[in-house]
Design a protein around this ligand. Structure first.
Ligand code: S3P
Length: 436
């Protein structure tokens, strides 16, 4: 249990921890490459440590140095069959991306398993397309981990995603690198495109045409060494604190601002918050280019009044992990803040619709759950109380920020969950709390 007292104001600078999504992908592409890949600013947190262990289990050599991680891969087709199940821990991204590669390892079998939370999260969303490509996949009730993957020679498919998910898109694209023909994923709405950027950087022909993203079978990946940008999804907690706690002014350094990740900042702007920085512009309609780099910038955040807003289904994938924070911001905004089309929140590290609604209501919020999101009526603040993280890192950090902005403070049960993505969270927050 940790207690977060109301803060008088926040001041100073913070560097966001390295991006979790990009760290997972960089290590994975390194393992799939024949030549060594050096990753600077790799996220040292529970989820991304699980990725390094998983890649070692399938034959990659992984060296962790003070300032970088070096991955010496096995090449696209030479993943080794491990003698034991691969433990993904709490990492949903690892559970969904790694099988895309493993499904094409002919005549080898892999089992992926993880913690209790992972065992409640659906994997049929990847099992179905991989089985259509020719892999043999088994899961508990056809739906939950442990997931057993028997590698086969794969055939390319056109796959229309039932829900916008960068994890599922990435899984199918990785399998597509090893499948005969051209594999196409059709997205209902744009989702984060780190995999496409990194594959393009590794010499793969990645094509985008409207909602269709395609890759063609490849012999070799030439993954590039890279520096991981700061994680906007982690920075978002500091940004929300800076916006909510009166008289605050913060500089959040070196944050990744790829437009497929900055939905939260666009919603904040609509709510009237002052967050200044040079974001990657939204692509012009019809723009088919795939960038190979990840833009970064510093964000200058100031406290100020907020207006309620509606987050529409198309915006959801671009702010998916920040939606709980938008509910918190909605408690302080004038009028209603509504999130629609976000049923995916029910299958994250915890059911984030139930967790946000029960959790914030327990702190005094006027908030209702809907089938596909929530509706918050701003009441100018939050009383405070106790919130249970339910073992979910983002819920733990949400509780901490709620505490700083509340009238009476917040106790967070299960604060240690934050270590999955942001091990230094409490210390960073402590440095920003200004006594005067
Ligand atoms: C992620 C994609 C999102 C996000 C998750 C990380 C990724 O999941 O919620 O934290 O790295 O691709 P979905 O793509 O399943 O929505």
């Amino acid at each position: 249990m940790a207690r977060f007292e109301p803060a008088r104001r926040l001041r100073g600078e913070v560097t966001a921890p390295p991006d979790k999504s990009i760290s997972h992908r960089a290590a994975l592409l390194g393992a799939m490459s024949a030549k060594p890949v050096r990753i600077s600013n790799y996220l040292r947190a529970a989820d991304t440590t699980s990725t390094l262990a998983a890649l070692r289990a399938v034959g990659a050599l992984v060296e962790t140095r003070d300032d970088e991680v070096v991955v010496r891969g096995v090449g696209l087709r030479e993943a080794r069959e491990p003698g034991a199940p691969i433990d993904v821990g709490n990492a949903g991204t690892l559970m969904r991306l790694l099988p895309g590669w493993l499904a094409a390892q002919e005549l080898r079998t892999f089992t992926l398993d993880g913690d209790d939370s992972i065992r409640r999260r659906p994997v049929d969303r990847i099992a179905q397309p991989l089985a259509r490509m020719g892999a043999v996949i088994e899961a508990t009730d056809g739906r939950f981990p442990p997931l057993h993957v028997r590698g086969r020679r794969l055939q390319a498919i056109d796959y229309e995603l039932p829900v916008a998910s960068a994890q599922v898109k990435s899984c199918v694209l990785l399998a597509g690198l090893l499948a005969d023909g051209t594999t196409t994923v059709i997205e209902p709405a744009p989702s984060r495109d780190h995999t496409e950027r990194m594959l393009a950087g590794a010499g793969v022909q990645v094509r985008r045409e409207g909602p269709r993203v395609s890759v063609t079978s490849t012999d070799e990946l030439d993954a590039q060494s890279l520096t991981v940008p700061g994680d906007l999804s982690s920075a978002a907690f500091m940004i929300a604190a800076g916006v909510l706690v009166a008289k605050s002014r913060l500089l959040v350094r070196a944050v990744g601002v790829n437009w497929t990740r900055t939905g939260f900042l666009r919603v904040l702007e609509r709510m009237g918050a002052i967050v200044l920085g040079e974001l990657e512009p939204l692509p012009a309609p019809g723009d088919l280019t795939i960038a190979v780099s990840e833009p970064i910038c510093d964000l200058d955040v100031r406290a100020g009044p907020l207006q309620g807003t509606t987050i529409e289904p198309d915006e959801v994938p671009l702010a998916i992990d920040e939606l709980p924070l938008l509910a918190l911001l909605g408690c302080f905004a004038e009028g209603e803040t509504i999130v629609r089309g976000a049923q995916e929140l029910r299958v994250k590290e915890s059911d984030r619709i139930a967790g946000v609604v029960d959790g914030l209501r327990g702190l005094g919020a006027d908030i209702e759950a809907t089938d596909d999101g929530f509706a918050v009526t701003g009441s100018g603040g939050l009383r405070g109380g106790t919130i249970d993280s339910r073992g979910d890192h983002r819920m733990a950090m949400l509780g901490a920020i709620a505490g700083l902005a509340s009238r009476e403070g917040v106790e967070v049960v299960g604060m240690q969950a934050a270590a999955v993505s942001y091990p230094g969270f409490v210390e960073d927050l402590g440095r920003l709390i200004s006594p005067a």
